[in-house]
Design a protein around this ligand. Structure first.
Ligand SMILES: Cc1cc2nc3c(=O)[nH]c(=O)nc-3n(C[C@H](O)[C@H](O)[C@H](O)COP(=O)(O)O)c2cc1C
Length: 360
């Protein structure tokens, strides 16, 4: 299935596997690429060396194109940009609007820039800064998320920009893909659905919690890092909700220190990045500092396999998912379902009397 998105990214199907911290590892990205989708490595939680190793490992597993996801506000962002250029990755995905110079540098090297945005005004800004395409994530999506539902955000952004759009937030099947295409998207991007596959590295005990949680128990909270984030309501989140502001700040500083050490940075470097970020007006200094909180708490569940002692970022769509297929099976199934859904649309078109018919 060819759309402007598949042409830009060089994949067979208009289906993106998004960058998810500790989930989108080389195996998942390569499996997606080999199955005809387009995967992003979760570079946002990796050191520079880990990203490079990840790129090399993906290339050992597939000849198909893939991308890297990272945050433009980290101290080593410029180095990640150079790494992506040196390794000729097809695309980069980032979640906060970067300095236009980083986008220019990437684009001059022929790398597709496809940021994720959660609001129409951010979509316009990202395109002004040079984005070649957009992932627009509606409020039902997992991880950091906006407040506007996917179908509304898609309608807003489709009006406002002319670059290819992948709709994200709530997708898991072929009917959803067709619905998004009918609404003017050029493809879909999925996080949670790819998290729940055989190739996803998330421990089984944690996957089991995702599979049994209904959509109404997948909630948005700002308690983790000060920004709205969608996650499974579990005992750990309940404890965070009860903690005092001072308790949260102390936790943030300790976690920030641990995370800086783990990613090879320094707390000072992180705070300098936070200060720079807060001056762009996107986030306050306090919020950015608290962002350091998230990784340590997420790792408990997503890496160590203790779903009750950590945070489980998730889209509401987890509540509709009850299996763990291989990525290949998943993408084949989605495309089969999409053909069936197109068939239904074609029948409707054939049976629809258009007002202009009677005029003629
Ligand atoms: C476990 C998890 C981790 C995530 N980590 C990141 C990340 O590191 N960078 C990013 O840009 N988005 C991240 N997200 C958001 C996803 O990339 C994606 O936009 C979102 O999951 C789409 O909604 P869906 O889950 O309904 O498919 C994460 C989402 C989840 C569920």
């Amino acid at each position: 299935m060819q759309t402007s998105l598949t042409q830009l990214l060089g994949c067979r199907y208009p289906i993106i596997q998004t960058g998810m911290g500790w989930v989108a590892d080389p195996e998942l990205v390569a499996a997606t690429a080999n199955a005809g989708g387009f995967g992003f490595l979760a570079g946002a939680v990796m050191t520079l060396e880990e990203i490079e190793q990840g790129i090399i490992q993906i290339k050992q597993r597939t000849d198909a194109p893939f991308g890297v996801n990272f945050h433009m506000y980290v101290p080593h962002a410029a180095d990640i940009v150079e790494l992506c250029i040196a390794h000729k990755v097809r695309a980069v995905s980032y979640s906060r609007s970067p300095a236009g110079s980083a986008v220019e540098r990437l684009k001059s090297a022929g790398i597709v820039c496809i940021p994720t945005v959660g609001a129409a005004k951010h979509a316009v800004k990202a395109v002004e800064l040079g984005a070649d395409a957009l992932v627009i994530q509606g409020g039902e999506g997992g991880g950091h998320t906006g407040s506007v539902a996917t179908n509304l955000l898609l309608a807003q952004v489709r009006e406002a920009v002319s670059v290819p759009i992948a709709a994200a937030g709530g997708f898991q099947d072929g009917a959803g893909l067709v619905a998004a295409l009918c609404m003017g998207a050029d493809g879909i991007a999925m996080g949670t659905r790819f998290l729940l596959t055989q190739e996803s590295p998330v421990p089984d005990a944690t996957k089991a919690v995702y599979l049994k949680t209904p959509p109404e128990n997948i909630v948005v909270s700002t308690r983790l890092d000060g920004m709205p984030q969608r996650m499974i309501a579990n005992p750990y989140l309940a404890r965070l909700m009860r903690a005092s502001s001072l308790g949260l700040l102390i936790r943030a500083l300790l976690n920030g220190l641990a995370f800086s050490r783990a990613t090879g940075g320094s707390l000072f470097g992180m705070m300098r990045g936070a200060w720079k970020m807060s001056r762009t007006g996107d986030l306050s200094l306090g919020q950015t500092l608290m962002a350091a909180n998230a990784p340590m708490m997420i790792q408990q569940a997503m890496v160590k396999g203790h779903p009750e002692d950590g945070i489980l970022p998730s889209g509401q769509v987890a509540g509709l998912i009850d299996d763990l297929p291989t990525v290949q099976t998943l993408l084949e199934r989605i495309m089969t379902e999409a053909h069936r859904a197109f068939g239904r649309v074609q029948t409707l078109v054939a049976n629809t009397h258009h007002p202009s018919d009677s005029e003629a």
